[in-house]
Design a protein around this ligand. Structure first.
Ligand code: ADP
Length: 482
């Protein structure tokens, strides 16, 4: 009998939880490979940033180094590795890529040499593919995109490439001269390849040359083909739409589990929902907010325009006039930071804590009654999924993955078991205020309110079937190999 050899895959990402995280990409890069590992022999590769705690995760040199030559300049790279929760990780160290204080640059800025940094990362990924002969190379976002071209132009490689777009707004656009500096010939400076209004666009390399392009929700897969959400790449994506598919992200149900979460003051599940109050009490104490009977509305996320910060800031005076508490937690652009600081000083029922901390965010999800997500666009969004898991009702704008994951409760209906939260469509502060008001009214109807929360906590948000879709995609690609 022929033995069945498992598919081998390399999953490459510029950030992976818990080693380095700036947003949802790190969560997905942690949880999707784990979910796939029961079906595929999968290894995860990422840069070894200086900020990663090598001792904590027992990250050790593998004794393998390579001189990666890019356009005549040799870059010394060394491989490190660790096993974490049963998964195998490979870390790529090279001074230009690794020795920085931030992953991509200080808040709101990118390092000027990011093209070279992540170009080098992309070369190092392909070096790994050559070394270990993976069947599938799964790339994520622009920081890994060049690898698709490098695999394509190498006649010795028949590895299949999958490229996942986590956020089309970040495409890796750089000056034309970087093409040569990255060792790519001018033959790739065409509209059908990397050229983008006189510059180079690294994401185009992956859209053009990957065997399959995925994005993180079915709705976003449709939206990015339109001028409103296509970020200038809608035409290019349309011409490759035959290989584009949207698969909704999941979350790791062990990591995001209020029943087992060690970060919480008091753990709970859908049968002990009232324990949320213990967390809320501690959270109010920590943040200086008063009156536990008031519903707590929170925002957690990057302080950038995408997350609807302008709408939120505009709505806050109005929302704060309700007898509720508002807690905002995030890190990002300075002008949002100062506006939020001003509003928190003005209203006793608004608290704003600038910063990023995984454990604090878990405690906030556990303490809150509502999560506000007025995003302008949202490829998938994980916060609303985490909120549902923690018995916190989402209030979202109907865009991207928020449409796929939050079914609206229109008129608050006690018998409803289909709605998950409040959904509004207009990009205005009035629309957000109106939803918050409706949500506030629903909070008073305790029985029906809790019924929805309990139902939300039981929705299957795990990777299960979604990881299977990726597995089927890998299998289909490999079955086409001659
Ligand atoms: P993004 O566009 O930032 O990737 P996602 O909704 O996909 O948005 O994922 C955001 C992830 O980052 C979630 O796990 C969320 O809880 C987390 N997060 C965002 N901001 C903070 C913060 N200030 N502190 C802790 N966690 C945060």
């Amino acid at each position: 009998m022929r033995s069945i050899k498992p598919i081998t895959a390399l999953f490459a990402s510029s950030e992976v939880f818990p080693f380095a995280k700036s947003g949802g990409l790190a969560d997905v890069s942690y949880s999707l490979p784990r979910a796939l590992s029961s079906m595929v022999a999968i290894t995860v590769a990422m840069p070894l940033y200086r900020t990663i705690d090598r001792e904590k995760y027992s990250i050790k040199p593998l004794g393998i180094s390579a001189e990666i030559n890019i356009s005549g300049t040799p870059h010394h790279t060394e491989l490190y590795g660790c096993e974490y929760q049963g998964m195998e990780y490979i870390f790529i160290h090279s001074p230009v890529l690794s020795e920085r204080d931030y992953l991509y640059g200080p808040p709101g800025e990118g390092y000027v040499d990011n093209a070279l940094r992540f170009g080098l990362f992309s070369y190092a990924i392909v070096d790994l593919v050559k070394r270990y002969r993976f069947d599938v190379l799964h790339l994520n976002d622009w920081q890994t995109a060049l690898s698709a071209l490098l695999v394509h132009r190498d006649p010795d490689l028949n590895t299949k490439t999958v490229f996942t777009i986590h956020n089309l707004a970040y495409q890796g656009i750089f000056d034309h001269h970087m093409l040569g500096a990255l060792g790519i010939s001018d033959e790739y400076f065409t509209m059908g390849t990397l050229e983008y209004y006189g510059n180079i666009n690294l994401m185009k390399a992956a859209i053009a040359f990957a065997d399959k392009v995925t994005t993180v929700s079915p709705q976003y897969a449709k939206e990015i083909l339109t001028p409103e959400y296509g970020n200038g790449l809608e035409g290019f994506l349309q011409s490759h739409s035959d290989k584009l598919v949207g698969i909704l992200n999941g979350i790791d149900s062990t990591h995001f589990s209020p029943k087992d979460d060690k970060a919480l003051v008091k753990r709970y599940d859908s049968k002990s929902l009232s324990n949320k109050k213990v967390n809320k009490k501690a959270c109010l104490k920590e943040t200086g907010l008063q009156d536990i009977e008031r519903p707590l509305f929170v925002f957690i996320g990057r302080l950038v325009a995408q997350k609807g910060l302008d709408i939120l800031i505009d709505a806050l005076d109005d929302i704060a006039s309700l007898p509720i508490n508002i807690l905002i937690r995030g890190e990002g652009e300075e002008h949002y930071r100062s506006e939020l600081k001003r509003l928190a000083a003005k209203h006793e029922n608004i608290s704003f804590i600038y910063g990023y901390d995984e454990a604090i965010s878990h405690r906030i999800y556990a303490s809150a009654d509502f999560l506000m997500m007025p995003s302008l666009y949202e490829p998938c969004g994980l916060n609303q999924l985490i909120a549902m898991r923690y018995g916190t009702m989402p209030i979202v704008r109907s865009t991207g993955g928020l449409i796929d994951s939050v079914l609206p409760i229109e008129e608050y209906d006690a018998s409803s078991t289909t709605g998950h939260g409040f959904v509004f469509s207009q990009e205005t502060s009035d629309a957000l205020s109106l939803s918050v008001t409706k949500a506030f009214e629903s909070y008073a109807k305790k029985r029906s309110f809790n019924k929805v929360l309990r139902h939300n906590m039981q929705v299957d948000l795990s990777w299960g079937d979604r990881a299977k879709q990726y597995f089927e995609l890998y299998t289909t690609l490999l079955s086409k190999t001659v």
